[in-house]
Write a protein of this length. Sequence first.
Length: 94
Amino acid sequence: MQMIYTMMILERFADEISNGNMNFAILPNDIQYQKGDLINFKVADAEGYHLKKFKEHSLCKITYEISYVLTGEGYGLRRGYSAIGIKLKEKAGD
């Protein structure tokens, strides 16, 4: 079953995703992300992760599809983290 996740991201990374320079995210793997799941982002202010302090950002209005999931410290990832590839939802599957 396709899941929809909302994840917090720092503004500097949100800018890179919005500009098309970054098509991945490194996230804690406390969630079993699957290829095909959807992800929306909330953008934290530049000062850091404040749970109730978010910024308006163009990234917040876009849904992404998870196109790839890499988990495991044997691939240069820190234990407990996953790298996920993301595509714009409407472009996913092209």
